[in-house]
Design a protein around this ligand. Structure first.
Ligand SMILES: [Ca+2]
Ligand SMILES: [Ca+2]
Ligand SMILES: [Ca+2]
Length: 209
């Protein structure tokens, strides 16, 4: 993203004037002033925002200094049996397993993730690193695809994605919403079949001149 930012700013004949961190959390405590819907859990010896299945949380910040962009970076954990773009069959609805990030109600990320194996017989495609309905192999763009699954069960894994987005933005306030639309009709405990959590969230404003 560093390179993307440089190219973007160069092409506009602008230079970065300053970057100002306006929010950061490792999710060890809840910040009730700036967040809504936040729940915390422990995963793999670390505190995270989550676990969510058909859930969401938002970060709402105000009194922002003048800026041209907002940069949002975080670690996203995709837990257990996500099915990517798969919709299932006439008996079982399996997806698509959508994950979203919106900035002031505009969809910046609207994608799917797949935690399945990928071989000649079986391979459920995902849309990340682009938006749905793009088709990529499971784990495309992943940082680590062999972390422990949340729930017991054969083949249960977690994959970690490190995500950074630069969004054109101005104005004194911003609301950033993280959510999912997970689908799985054939399991008693949906949250144990597929869920997500998020950690190391950093939000900054950037000014160009
Ligand atoms: Ca943490
Ligand atoms: Ca599933
Ligand atoms: Ca699913």
């Amino acid at each position: 993203m560093g390179m993307m930012l440089l190219v973007l700013l160069t092409s506009c004949q602008k230079t970065l004037q300053n970057e100002n961190e306006i929010f950061q959390s490792t999710f060890d405590i809840i910040d009730p002033l700036n967040t809504t819907g936040l729940t915390l859990s422990s995963y793999n010896g670390n505190n995270v925002a989550g676990f969510y299945n058909n859930g969401e949380f938002s970060v709402n910040l105000s009194n922002l200094a003048a800026h041209d962009f907002i940069k949002i970076s975080f670690n996203l954990y995709i837990h257990d049996f996500w099915d990517g773009n798969s919709t299932g069959n006439s008996e079982v609805v399996t997806g698509p397993d959508i994950w979203r990030m919106e900035v002031d109600n505009e969809q910046i990320i609207n994608t799917t993730f797949s935690n399945t194996v990928c071989n000649e017989i079986y391979c459920l495609q995902q849309s990340f690193p682009k938006n749905y309905p793009w088709q990529y192999n499971p784990h495309t763009g992943v940082a680590n695809q062999n972390l422990p699954g949340r729930c017991a069960g054969g083949g249960s894994i977690t994959s970690l994605y490190r995500i950074e987005k630069l969004v054109k933005h101005n104005g004194g306030r911003v609301s950033i919403r993280f959510s999912d639309l997970l689908k799985q009709s054939n399991v008693p405990d949906q949250t144990c079949d597929e869920s997500w959590s998020l950690d190391n969230l950093k939000i900054s404003t950037l000014r160009t001149n």
